[in-house]
Ligand binder design. Structure first.
Ligand SMILES: [Zn+2]
Length: 456
């Protein structure tokens, strides 16, 4: 095999990691092997193979500039997860037929494995410089957004199809079945509107209420909130929606994950609380006692600094330990979804965290990794599989209703967008991962929207 060919960059380590992805998806240890310029997929003890003979070099590069076509699978008698044609990134006009029966088994003329590698490893994002003002790789720069498939879990749709090919080749196999699920999580960015304000901030706010806004009630609220946020969060504070969130999750048989900021690397962007505060410790005890989850929300400037992610994770686990909070799993998500690939990933791995759930875009909801299934992380620069698991984020409430992003109103448009994404996850029996800030549940309208998204 000539080494100059770009497809060689899908290393043995990458193939081995892809075998794990297939094992988790189908429940069988399929073997992937190079054979010249194709990859053969076989199963020990079973005859025949599925061969991928049209591999794409772009899937081993940090690049979004390539075209995408669409394939009508139903015309070739395959069942498709979506009524719309299946996107074929890197191939403008997919060959017909795309999948052919041969003596040895089946041959697939589309690089499903390459696409899976490229999307899941986030190879696309390595070393990118077209970032937004928070240093994030934005949805609008991605191949998925530019080609109109960000709203679809295309890796899952392709793996669904591959599952059908497997089933035709080896009909006796009972492939693993997955069930649709939903995971809700909440950043604890602002657990109290004014309760943790320092004296200067408090006085400045009061002066503003009095002189600029002429809002006596708010000035009074500032003071009572501050006085009443000591051993616990002030019950009358509208951002203190934690009990309501847990009530609703329990009614829907869901576990809520609350991610706490455990450090300060930018005083302007990070939280005003410390996790050692009695009221925060009490909140964490309440969350744990009710069977919900506590997780990490690394502060604003940690995304380039694995050492700081480790320190903040250690601090959270130490405080939880002091409160008698033991968890089997520790996960979380980056503050502002800041992510430098793969440096941030390495920070989570070094911190010994079970999962990270940052990988969704802030500027658009959808499927940044092309999947709504959790999977083991892969470092595309060091070319190695990690222990850390990636739990992709599908929708953050402010990506849909926030004024900086899509700015849908709280009405039908937003509701439909959330439910469309949820339905896309359901169609592939995946997991709809939703992020909703505790501070974004202050109005009856927002609470109703949240309830609708959970219950429908
Ligand atoms: Zn945050």
């Amino acid at each position: 095999m000539p080494l100059t060919k770009a497809y060689m960059q899908l290393s043995d380590a990458a193939l081995c990691w892809l075998e794990t992805i297939l094992l988790e998806r189908y429940g069988y240890p399929f073997v992937l092997k190079w054979d010249g310029d194709r990859i053969r997929m076989t199963l020990s003890g079973a005859s025949g193979e599925i061969c991928f003979d049209t591999l794409q070099s772009v899937f081993s590069k940090p690049n979004s500039d390539f075209s995408c076509g669409f394939w009508d699978g139903t015309a070739e008698n395959w069942q498709m997860a979506s009524e719309e044609f299946l996107p074929t990134p890197a191939v403008t006009e997919p060959p017909v037929p795309l999948i052919r029966k041969i003596d040895a088994g089946y041959v697939v003329h589309y690089d499903i494995l390459g696409l899976t590698y490229w999307m899941l490893s986030r190879q696309e994002e390595v070393g990118r410089t077209d970032l937004d003002k928070h240093g994030r790789f934005p949805a609008i720069a991605s191949n998925a957004y530019r080609n109109g498939y960000l709203g679809r879990p295309i890796v899952d749709e392709w793996l669904n199809l591959l599952g059908q090919v497997i089933q035709r080749q080896w009909p006796a196999l009972e492939l693993k079945r997955h069930r649709f699920s939903m995971k809700v999580s909440h950043y604890v960015d602002v657990p109290s509107r004014y309760g943790f304000d320092g004296t200067y901030r408090l006085l400045r706010g009061m002066a503003g209420d009095l002189l600029k806004r002429r809002d006596w009630r708010n000035m009074y609220f500032r003071v009572t909130s501050r006085v009443n946020t000591r051993s616990r969060l002030y019950p009358a504070d509208p951002v203190n929606s934690f009990n309501w969130i847990m009530d609703i999750s329990e009614q829907h048989e869901l576990t809520s994950a609350f991610y706490f900021i455990s450090g300060r690397t930018n005083p302007r962007m990070d939280a005003t609380y410390e996790i050692e505060y009695p009221s925060i410790r009490r909140l964490m005890r309440d969350v744990h006692a009710r069977g919900h989850e506590i997780g990490l929300h690394p502060s604003y400037n940690t995304y380039r600094n694995p050492v700081k992610i480790v320190a903040e994770a250690d601090r959270l686990r130490r405080v939880c330990g002091e409160e008698g909070i033991l968890q089997h799993e520790w996960g979380g998500r980056m503050h502002y979804l800041r992510w430098k690939h793969p440096v941030t990933l390495r920070g989570w791995e070094a911190a010994g965290m079970t999962y990270d759930s940052t990988l969704g875009y802030a500027d658009r909801p959808g499927f940044r990794c092309g999947t709504c299934f959790e999977y083991p992380a892969f470092d595309p620069v060091e070319c190695k599989a990690l222990k850390l698991r990636i739990r992709p984020l599908v929708a953050m409430e402010c990506s849909i209703i926030g004024e900086h992003y899509m700015n849908s109103s709280l009405g039908q448009g937003a509701r439909q967008e959330f439910l469309r994404l949820k339905a896309a996850c359901r169609a592939v029996d995946g997991c709809f991962t939703l992020l909703w800030h505790n501070s974004q549940l202050c109005s009856a309208e927002k609470r109703k929207l949240y309830l609708d998204v959970l219950s429908q």
